[in-house]
Design a protein around this ligand. Sequence first.
Ligand SMILES: [Cu+2]
Length: 293
Amino acid sequence: MVRLTGLLTRKQVARALIALAVVLVATGALATIAWAEAPQMWQLGMQPPATSVKDRLNAFHNELLVIIFLIAAFVMALLLYVIVRFNHRRNPVPSHTSHNTVIEILWTIVPVLILVIIAIPSFKLMYYMDRVPNPEMTIKVTGHQWYWSYEYPDQKGLAFDSNIIQDADLKPGQLRLLDVDNPLVVPIHTNVRVLVTSTDVIHSWFIPSFGVQEYAIVGRLNESWFNVDHEGTYYGECNQICGVNHAFMPIKIVALSKEAFQHWLIDAGKKFARNQNGSDKVRVAAASAAAGN
Ligand SMILES: [Cu+2]
């Protein structure tokens, strides 16, 4: 250390320390962002799973990767063998064989078997994603050009709109193009049934870390479900090209503990009271209360 400081000027040592501090702070910042399930800079692979559906999707994805890798390695090995063994120098007089029944049957049957092996877990997973197991609450999601609205039919019709936060209004810590004014709030460890529809064009309600992607189609109610493992903030986007502002209708979901969710329900009931039981009635009541009648 003495020799090192002897070799480096104080300025250089200070610079190195500052660089180290910047790296540490950046890593810390990345680690905190990682708690919110959103896209990351230089991300590889999928967002961390927050539901059992996404767990299974990840596992299936990894199984497929193994199969894909084995097939690619096998084809590559055959190619290399042909290049080395049958090149012009080593094999100047090529054989004129054009058919081999055994090989032709094999290269038809083997891919079919591989596809069947893939199809069985794939169908199992599709049915698992499709059926809501014993739904404990329901949320209705409606897509609009270009925002989402959420309704809680079980909670006295609690309903509100969820709009993107414009770049100019972003507060520190909020994510550009992903944060919204009113996030969807759900309890953890609850089977939530989601009904998805639209009022204008086709949208798609997509939450990567939930493994949920459901088309929002006018005049139809599409159904999906999730059961969030742990508290946190999860981000998604409309992923059906739906018009000029398609990129500006993000989805933000906050998952709370069951108790915290009950508290949120009470607060939200007051905050969004105007939406409930017909907005005019409540507004008239509020106005007459303000006038002292
Ligand atoms: Cu859309």
